[in-house]
Ligand binder design. Structure first.
Ligand code: NDP
Length: 433
């Protein structure tokens, strides 16, 4: 905190991991030697750069670009790029730190990184977004590579942005390699990558429910966000017989008293991915827009926060539990504050942290890299099956390290220890580097 006083999100993520790891570290003192912890909280490298671009009126803008290369202990740096006005170094360090443990949990050989810019794609024309992406990649291309660092999408970076950045990378480097994931299907993408984070989150929650002999069937599910993760989480919940009673965006919550219909899901996909519109435009029968509200006041059985960090606070957690919610799986990264997580764990409800529940996205990104390396394309069924089994193995790892004497599974502890052990063992083997 003394070194980086202005990085509260990073401190929060580090505190969450280190405090839940502490009893394990004391019981296994080899991990307290060799400066493992001190090295884990310091990025291997941070790249910070100017991104100048020209808007449609000829006006010059300057944004700031970043890539945090956190850990390459178990593989090349891997993690998304975020374009959002709230992006700063502290936010990206928190995301990169989380990514290290998450990637270790996937069972695939990927290190951790994260990057992005404070650029806001909202309200920009396609041409403006393209010019920005080209300028961003012009600098970033010097620091990434298929065996070095492989970025992907995140908030504000979807198929359109990945396409523009990939085109620019190829032009600059004169090579067609797997340097980005989340690519389009015509140029090296993987089937099921767009669906992977949302589906994976629901597969993980399904495993938690199975522990109690339960399922999604007939459950009321609140979802926040309405972007990539929320969209496919909603689709999978409906497929498993659950009722999606909300989605949200930064304008408010769209409440579906009778559960979202399949037709409304298609409407949502068109609104968000093609028209790039706002949720309030979807108001109608069985769709009530609640301006300025988050979904946590709605009575539900299961909550899937899929928007952004710190979107669910202590009071929200208490309200959810009081209204009957007994399972929370984080599709977003760190959507619950530390105090909210404490409420879920104290009340002994099923709670899956993002690094376990949303690891499906990066897992399928890893599978995209494998397919590119083999010059092959697996079918949707094959990728989905691999995703499903990766989520089940993450669940098993959490259970192994997180099961307490009374049978309660502390998924926060389980995920942190399982991810840590793999990375720390690799660091011990590689010496002080
Ligand atoms: P998108 O940009 O597709 O969607 C983000 C959604 O969250 C939008 O509905 C957006 O609303 C809402 N949102 C973003 N910031 C805020 C805010 N400050 N307040 C309220 N609502 C907000 O992003 P993704 O769906 O890809 O990512 C969502 C979360 O999932 C992030 O935490 C991301 O790090 C995490 N994640 C994503 C993965 C992926 O594969 N995409 C993988 C693993 C984790 P609006 O449009 O109004 O801003």
């Amino acid at each position: 905190k003394l070194r980086d006083p202005d990085q509260p999100e990073f401190h929060q993520a580090a505190e969450e991991v280190l405090s839940s790891l502490w009893p394990f570290l004391e019981a296994n003192p080899k991990y307290l030697k060799s400066g493992i912890i001190e090295r884990l909280v310091e990025p291997e490298r941070v790249i910070l750069f100017r991104v100048p671009w020209v808007d449609d009126k000829g006006q010059v803008h300057v944004n700031r670009g970043y890539r945090v290369q956190m850990s390459s202990a178990i593989g090349p740096y891997k993690g998304g790029l975020r374009f959002h006005p709230s992006v700063n170094l502290g936010v990206l360090k928190f995301l990169a730190f989380e990514q290290v443990f998450k990637n270790a949990l996937t069972t695939l050989p990927m290190g951790g990184g994260k990057g992005g810019s404070d650029f806001d794609p909202k309200g920009k024309s396609d041409a403006e977004v393209m010019r920005f992406c080209q300028s961003f990649m012009t600098e970033l291309s010097r620091h990434i590579g298929a065996d070095l660092d492989v970025p992907a999408g995140d908030i504000g970076v979807g198929g359109r942005e990945i396409g523009y950045m990939y085109g620019q990378y190829k032009r600059l480097r004169n090579e067609f390699t797997s340097v980005l994931t989340g690519k389009g299907m015509t140029y090296g993408g993987s089937l099921i990558r767009p669906e992977a984070t949302g589906y994976g989150c629901v597969y993980f929650a399904e495993e938690m429910l199975k522990e109690r002999g339960d399922s999604f069937n007939g459950k009321r599910v609140t979802i926040s966000g309405s972007g990539n993760v929320a969209q496919y989480a909603a689709q999978k919940v409906m497929e498993l017989g659950g009722l999606v009673i909300s989605v949200s965006d930064s304008g408010g919550t769209l409440y579906f008293p009778q559960g979202m219909s399949e037709q409304q899901w298609h409407q949502l996909m068109e609104l968000k991915n093609e028209k790039r519109g706002r949720l309030q435009e979807m108001t109608g029968d069985n769709a009530e827009f609640q301006a300025g509200k988050t979904p946590w006041h709605l009575a539900c059985d299961i909550a899937l926060p899929c928007a952004t960090q710190n979107e669910l606070n202590e009071q929200d957690a208490k309200t959810l539990v009081a209204n009957g919610c007994f399972c929370v799986a984080e599709g977003a990264n760190m959507p619950s504050t530390l105090e909210a997580v404490d409420v879920f764990i104290e009340k002994r409800i099923l709670f899956a942290p993002g690094k376990a529940a949303n690891a499906g996205g990066v897992a399928v990104s890893g599978l995209e890299m494998s397919q590119n390396a083999m010059r092959m394309l697996w079918t949707a069924g094959e990728v989905d099956e691999k995703l499903h089994s990766i989520m089940q193995s993450i669940h098993a790892a959490c259970e192994r390290y997180g099961k307490e004497e009374d049978g309660f599974i502390n998924y926060v502890k389980g995920a942190n220890i399982a991810g840590f052990v793999k990375v720390a063992d690799a660091m011990l083997a590689q010496g002080i580097v």
